[in-house]
Every structure is written in C-alpha cells, then in structure tokens.
Design a protein around this ligand. Structure first.
Ligand code: LLP
Length: 430
C-alpha cells in the first residue's frame, strides 16, 4: 500500500520513524508517554498565514473556533498571530482570556446561551453575540437593559444551503437547530433595531464543517448579501459580515480546497456588491487551522490475529479520540516508530482498550505491526483532545506543542486522582 501523504511539517527520518518538525515522535513518546497529542507550531502558523495572505489588504478578521482545540497554549499562539475567537460557552471565553486573547475580538455563537453566560460575556466586553433565536434576542435585550449597557449583536441566519457534509456536522439546513431561518430574520432585525439595549453590528452564518467543496460558501454568501440589502433599505447598516467556518481538511483521500479558494469563494460574491465591499468579512475557521497540525501518538499493546478479523489493540481509545466512533470518520493511521515486538503484516482493526465494540480508531488497515510499535493518527489536532472524556476512568492524554527542536508540554497527562478529586463519599449510613 502506498504510504499516506504526511501533512506539512511532518516527515520521516532515515529509519522510517515519524518526525514532527525536528523532533522524533519516538522521543516524545518516551518522554511523555502515550497516548499523547502533538502539535506543530509551524503548521498552525502556516495555516493562519495562508488565510491572512488570501485576504491580503481586504478588511477581515479570523475568529478561531475555540471548540476545535481549546488548549490555552494553542489559543495563546493564535492570539499572538492576531486572531479573534469564536466561542460557544462562557468557559471558552474564560480560556481565551486565560490565554491572553482580547474579549473585544470574540464572537459568541451557540443556540443555548444561559442568562449567566450572556451577563458574563457582556461584563467581559464581548465583541459580538451571535444570536440564534428570537427568544435569545429578547433575553439579551433584557439582560443588557438591566446592566445598563448596549449588547453588540449579530443574527445567525440559517441560509438553507446544503453543505454536503456528514449530517451530524451540517448546520445550515432548515432542519437544523441552528440560527434563524433567513426569511424570518428581517422582522427580528427590525425589532432589535428599535431596542435601546441592543446594537446591531453584523450578520452571521455557519453552514457546516469539513466542507470539501466551496460552492456552498458562495451560495450562503449570496443569501447573506441579499438580506444585507433588505436591511440597508430599512436603515439598518451592518458593520461586518461573519461567514462562519467549515473549511475541510484532508484526512485520507479528500482533496479539500486551499485557503485561497475558500476566501475567493466568499470575496467573489461579497466584493462584487458595492455594499459588501465596504464591510469587513469575519470568518470562524477551526479545523483548518489546527487539524492537520496535530497528531495523536499511541502504542500497540497487543496483537490479536484471527481467522476472521485481526485486532491491534493500542493504548488510545474512543475517549481520547472520539471522531471514528462518533461519526465513523476515516482518519489516517501511520507508523511512527518500531517497537520491540516481532512484526506481522496484516489487515488490522485498530482498537482501544475500552469495553465497547464501537471503540475503534480505524478499520481494515493494511500494515505491518508489532507489539510496542508506535502509531500516529494524523489530522487529530482539531476535535481530538477537545472532545476527549474520562470514560472508563482513563486520564486524558498529554498535549505537546512542538516548536522546531523543542517540545513544550502544554497539558500534562491527567493525574489519576484528579479524576475523582471532586467526588465525595456519602455519609456513612446504617
Ligand atoms: N463556527 C460555528 C458557529 C461552528 O458551529 C463551528 C463548528 C465552527 C465555526 C468551526 O467549524 P470548522 O471550521 O472547525 O469546521 N466535532 C465535529 C465538528 C463539529 C463542528 C461544530 N461546529 C468533528 O469532529 O468533525
């Protein structure tokens, strides 16, 4: 089988071991144990720069979607590059602040913002609340009124565009729970316009994630522009257009568009319009910025060959990386360093130690494997650690940021006792 192409900043050393920038995966595994997430700083920076370069002089803001990877080390890196942030909870805002990010450059999305979250975001000086329903709009107006402030808002409109991606991560169809149907947005904007406690600053949409075709982005931008005109006719002038995230990456054999193609798909629509040309474009990429920059290292514990199926049981599981179990996602798994065991060619089910049949990282992988071999799941920088859990009382993995020849431990492996540190024995009863 041809070797899977490695993402930028990942390479092979002469012995076939995996390198992340100038660091051998084998050394990371020896020093920090496995499973461990590794991220290439250069890869994150290059992805960010590819977007800023594509916009060039055109006014824009890149609001990194924190949910993709919320480690404060990564957020800090992106804040220093000038990123704003897209958040979906007060917890994510607190992380952005802990990482040195500016709340004024943060947009707050999400269908279920609690009153406490709205209050906290306004008190912190949030840049924009992306409002997802009429009920939320009323709640924000009430809270901002009580706080004697003006809430900066944008309506997240649902443009009813098919993103043609996995149904669980498609968000812009009228069947989805997200946003306000685009043809129902006008009266809400008019209502908001009349509220002293609300300041309309923009319009927002996000149609889905892992899009590998740019045409839905153009279709969404067209619908957003049409509404922007209707608003302008009613004296409602926006200050930005937020066109969401969703740009796909290569996991196995996808051919995702380049950053420049994505930006072009949006700007070709917006800049063809005199009203659009005046407005800064905000985008909310998550996966594109951090996905290809990250990988998860795991070690083969046991080989269990069988006449029907052969299993390679590794030390990472669905709690560490949920995407394969949750979405059936196909993620590339490549050798990262030879272990001490005898090696066997085969077609392997790569599975974890968790007591569930759904606990797999990859199906039918043709590889030569031995016990103690080091493997790497590629493209795991986004929605990897951030979706990890402690199921089966498994401490979450360590996270290491690689920078040239340096390894920075940006999150240590969870100490076991911390897993029940907040639990208490009930009083002794009789
Ligand atoms: N903005 C909003 C409002 C979002 O809901 C999302 C992702 C993004 C931006 C960033 O999308 P991205 O550029 O990363 O595609 N756990 C799933 C992905 C869920 C995405 C949810 N929303 C996965 O592992 O594929």
């Amino acid at each position: 089988m041809p070797e899977t192409a490695l993402p930028a900043h990942f390479s092979r050393d002469p012995d076939g071991g995996l390198m992340i920038e100038q660091v051998e995966a084998r050394l990371v595994a020896e020093r920090f144990g496995t499973p461990t997430y590794v991220y290439s700083r250069a890869a994150i920076e290059a992805a960010f720069t590819s977007l800023t370069d594509a916009f060039g002089e055109r006014a824009h803001r890149i609001c990194y979607a924190v949910k993709a990877n919320s480690n404060i080390g990564i957020l800090h890196l992106l804040a220093r590059l000038g990123a704003g942030f897209d958040i979906v909870s007060f917890g994510e805002l607190a992380r952005v602040q802990a990482a040195g990010g500016d709340p004024a450059k943060v947009v707050f999305s999400g269908v279920g913002k609690s009153a406490e979250e709205i209050r906290g975001a306004l008190a912190a000086g949030i840049g924009c609340l992306n409002v997802e329903s009429e009920a939320e709009l009323h709640r924000i107006a009430d809270i901002a009124g009580e706080m004697d402030t003006k809430a900066p808002i944008s309506l997240r409109v649902n443009p009813d565009v098919d993103a043609r991606t996995h149904p669980y991560i498609s968000t812009g169809l009228k069947d989805n729970k997200f946003g306000v149907a685009i043809d129902e947005a006008l009266p809400l904007y008019e209502w908001a316009h009349a509220q002293p406690a609300l300041e309309i600053i923009g319009i927002d949409c996000h149609i889905g994630s892992q899009l590998t075709d740019v045409s839905p982005f153009s279709a969404a931008a067209e619908r957003v522009m049409a509404l922007t005109h209707q608003l302008a006719e009613r004296g409602i002038r926006l200050k930005h257009l937020d066109l969401g995230g969703g740009l796909g990456i290569r996991y196995t054999d996808e051919s995702p568009p380049a950053a420049a193609d994505w930006v072009e798909a949006i700007t070709s629509v917006v800049d063809a319009d005199p009203l659009g040309r005046e407005l800064p474009i905000w985008i909310e990429p998550g996966r594109f910025l951090v996905g290809p920059a990250g990988a998860m290292l795991t070690r083969v514990e046991y080989l269990k060959p069988g006449s029907h199926k052969s299993f390679a049981i590794v030390d990472a599981a669905m709690n560490d990386l949920m995407r394969p179990a949750l979405y059936g996602s196909d993620m590339a798994i490549v050798p990262a360093g030879r272990g001490t065991g005898e090696r066997h060619p085969g077609t392997w089910e790569i599975v974890g130690p968790i007591c569930e049949t759904g606990d797999f990282l990859g199906h039918e992988r043709e590889m030569t494997l031995g016990e103690d071999d080091l493997l790497t799941v590629l493209g795991a920088g986004a929605y990897g650690f951030s979706m990890a859990s402690n199921y089966n009382t498994r401490p979450r993995a360590a996270e290491i940021l690689i920078d040239g020849t340096n390894c920075h431990e940006i999150r240590q492996r969870e100490p076991l006792e911390s897993l029940w540190a907040l639990e208490k024995l009930p009083p002794a009863g009789d």
